[in-house]
Design a protein around this ligand. Structure first.
Ligand code: NZQ
Ligand code: ZN
Length: 392
């Protein structure tokens, strides 16, 4: 187990009726709140009314910026930064999913740069960047998926250049996250499935490490993976069942708040390759991961066969037959693909209507701003190209 220094300050307020607390939770950060949201789901399911009612009751002034799209755009981030400066915003409240939260985080630290600096060049295209300051961000989460409600990350897309890039910093972890699973009742089946795929991916990225002797994290990750696998299909069958939504929602936070990352180095190549897909084709992140992860596994599993055998046995219940470890891993990958398909997700590029035209371009683009991706196995552009070809 590697040494570690774990810090996660997000206050999680979880359960039925908790959105009414948002005014009281936001008030200590100042009087003026930027309410940041997406394309309108919060107006349809009543979350907008609950949030604005509570903010008003707490005596807070609200400035609104809606219109965040999945794979959130740099252009709206820049608009938000200007708005925060003009309106002297004290705190940003992200109401929605990972896209809204990531956009809020980018606006938060972008607004603290000088006028001459640019949020994209300074941070997203600079892997050595350190974020030291931000407008505080609070969250009302409406979809379990990205884990951004309690993560160090933000992922933004520069649509003009088809680049999707991340920034990670403890400074940008949200101050609080309100999570009422009842808000998930209105999620379309496809979004529920994409969310479950992302949660599973966050667990798998952490599971596939070359670090040995990190057994507690292994076992917690395996349990969390089994939880997603069980509850994703139940939530799809019974979308208004609180128990199933609650299980998925809490697993989504645990999967990405870095607790399960301690003492080890996770992989993250599948995420980086997926970001190329969604940066170019605007595909949902969870759908892209369902395509990339099995292909990545096929490409790398011999680099630590025993770790993949453990995954096959403990997560997918593949029987332990020592004579053919390759067959055991292949069986686990088959089961993973069957799980994705049962959720209605694509597992090949062709399922998502994507051909091989831009595979070379994506492989090259994955290396922009960095020398390689992945830690379980270091990958370079030719490796990424082979993985994407395995996904055709
Ligand atoms: O825009 P609205 O109308 O709100 O609709 C959204 C959106 O269309 C809809 N939705 C959300 N809650 C709903 C709802 N519809 C009905 N009822 C509700 N309760 O769902 C759609 C998808 O929303 P989005 O925020 O894009 O989903 P998700 O949470 O999966 O976020 C995906 C983004 O997060 C990034 C991804 O790359 C992607 O850009 N990630 C962020 C991470 C982080 N910051 O730590 C880590 C992840 O690995 C991921 O990369
Ligand atoms: Zn993800």
């Amino acid at each position: 187990m590697l040494n570690f220094n774990y810090y996660n300050p997000t206050r999680v307020v979880f359960g039925k009726g908790t959105i009414d607390q948002v005014g009281a939770l936001a008030a200590p950060y100042g009087k003026k709140v930027l309410l940041h949201f997406g394309g309108g789901s919060i107006r349809k399911n009543g979350v907008y009314t609950q949030v604005t009612g509570s903010l008003k009751k707490a005596g807070l002034q609200v400035v609104e910026l809606g219109g965040v799209v999945p794979n959130p755009r740099l252009s709206l981030v820049r608009e938000g930064i200007k708005l925060c400066r003009d309106e002297k915003i004290d705190m940003i409240l992200a109401v929605g999913g990972g896209s809204v939260i990531d956009s809020a985080k980018a606006i938060g630290f972008g607004a603290r740069l000088s006028d001459k600096e640019d949020v994209w060049d300074n941070y997203y295209m600079n892997q050595d960047c350190i974020v030291n300051d931000t407008i505080p961000v609070g969250v009302v989460l409406t979809i379990p998926a990205a884990g951004s409600e309690s993560s160090t990350g933000t992922v933004i897309t520069d649509w003009d250049n088809n680049l999707k890039r991340a920034v990670n910093s403890e400074t940008i972890i949200p101050k609080f996250a309100i999570m009422d699973p009842q808000t998930n009742f209105s999620l379309p089946a496809y979004q529920t499935a994409c969310g479950a795929s992302d949660i599973l991916a966050h667990l798998q990225e952490r599971y596939f490490t070359q670090e040995k002797h990190n057994d507690l994290s292994d076992r917690l990750l395996e349990s969390a993976m089994k939880n997603v696998i069980s509850y994703a299909s139940l939530a799809l069958k019974h979308p208004n069942d609180y128990r199933y939504r609650a299980e998925l929602m809490w697993t989504g936070t645990i999967a990405h708040n870095n607790l399960l990352n301690q003492g080890r180095v996770g992989d993250w190549a599948s995420h980086d390759i997926e970001h190329e897909l969604s940066g170019l084709y605007d595909i949902a992140h969870g759908a892209g991961l369902a395509i990339v992860f099995p292909a990545w596994m096929k490409y790398v599993y011999r680099d630590n066969l025993d770790r993949f055998v453990q995954y096959a046995v403990r997560v997918w219940g593949v029987s332990l037959t020592f004579d053919d470890k390759d067959a055991m891993v292949e069986s686990a990958i088959d089961r993973l693909e069957a799980f994705y398909r049962a959720l209605g997700l694509p597992v090949r590029l062709s399922d998502a209507g994507i051909g091989n035209d831009h595979i070379h371009k994506m492989s090259e683009s994955a290396m922009i701003g960095r020398s390689n991706i992945g830690n379980f196995k270091k990958l370079y552009a030719p490796d990424v190209e082979k993985i994407l070809k395995l996904a055709l």
